[in-house]
Design a protein around this ligand. Structure first.
Ligand code: AMP
Ligand code: ZN
Ligand code: FE
Ligand code: FE
Length: 282
């Protein structure tokens, strides 16, 4: 096997490259295992299948789901799900709708601050992909309100600036049930500085299978802290670069550098296999 990156984005959400382009780049970086984990859509993963075969890259089914936990929006990575599972597909469809209604609320808030921005403009930035705040940031850049995505977040789009915009995202509790019924394995995305240790315990007790210990936002100390929690609680270790392409300058240089050892991918696949067997015999 070899080096793995289990956290990447494409134009199916807020990434800059198509799945095919991303996989070409991965091959150049000598990555052997990739998961395309677009926000709330598996289109990126589905689009990458053929190319992955051609390049002899193992493509792990993946998606990064925005979920509600204690009135906060958190990110959960799901791997190895059955892509045809009806409940899973329905959840993703609802997430897509929730993204649109949330973005309408965000656009309204920006308009109230006197900014000239419309939902149509944001949707045009997203193209066929799922809408997200980076697309609103792109509109603000084109209109000259800000010079970069980072500035757009600092001045307008962060949770601090927007407040907790109401969302209809799935709750973590619901997500655990839906994902596991589809044979999926769940990992808490980039816990970084987002949660206290107690909060991580609370979250993993809801039924998450792993922690994303390896991520560009984690320094060695954080990586070690999370790996220790994973070892203590018998949780999977996942990781990746969170590569978005030119959209996210702070993480992009780590593509091919922040990687996960294949022994962790083996464990992940083993857990997924067992879950499938349990579902079959139920
Ligand atoms: P959303 O999907 O609408 O919640 O937007 C979240 C996405 O915006 C994340 O996945 C990141 O790709 C991006 N993002 C979040 N915070 C920042 C930031 N401070 N600077 C640039 N991009 C960010
Ligand atoms: Zn993103
Ligand atoms: Fe994320
Ligand atoms: Fe991500």
């Amino acid at each position: 096997m070899g080096k793995a990156d289990l956290h990447t984005h494409t134009i199916a959400s807020d990434g800059a490259f198509s799945a095919e382009e991303l996989l070409e780049k991965a091959a150049k970086k000598k990555l052997k295992i990739i998961s395309i984990t677009d926000h709330d859509t598996i289109k990126g993963y589905l689009n990458g299948k053929e190319k992955a075969k051609e390049l002899n890259i193992e493509l792990i089914p993946g998606v990064e789901v925005s979920a509600v936990w204690k009135e906060r929006e958190i990110h959960v990575l799901i791997y190895c799900f059955d892509e045809n599972d009806e409940g899973f597909r329905k959840m993703l469809f609802n997430q897509k709708k929730a993204r649109i209604s949330r973005m309408k609320r965000i656009v309204n808030l920006l308009q109230k601050q006197g900014l000239d921005i419309t939902m149509d403009e944001v949707r045009a930035e997203a193209g066929p992909g799922n809408v997200g705040r980076p697309h609103a940031a792109a509109v603000l850049i084109h209109k000259g309100y800000v010079a970069s995505v980072a500035e757009a977040f600092i001045r307008y789009l962060s949770t601090e600036k927007l407040g907790n915009v109401k969302t209809e995202y799935v709750t973590v509790k619901e997500l655990v049930v839906i994902a596991k019924e589809a044979g999926g394995v769940l990992s808490l995305a980039h816990p970084g500085p987002l949660y206290t240790k107690d909060e991580i315990d609370e979250l993993t007790s809801l039924g998450l299978d792993g922690i994303e210990c390896i991520h560009p936002s984690h320094n060695f100390n954080l990586q070690r802290t999370f790996s220790k929690i994973a070892a203590r609680d018998n949780l999977l270790v996942t990781g990746g670069s969170d590569f978005h392409g030119k959209g996210k300058k702070d993480y992009d240089p780590y593509f091919g550098i922040v990687t996960l050892g294949d022994q962790h991918v083996m464990s992940l696949k083993r857990m997924a296999r067992r879950r499938r067997e349990i579902i079959k015999t139920d």
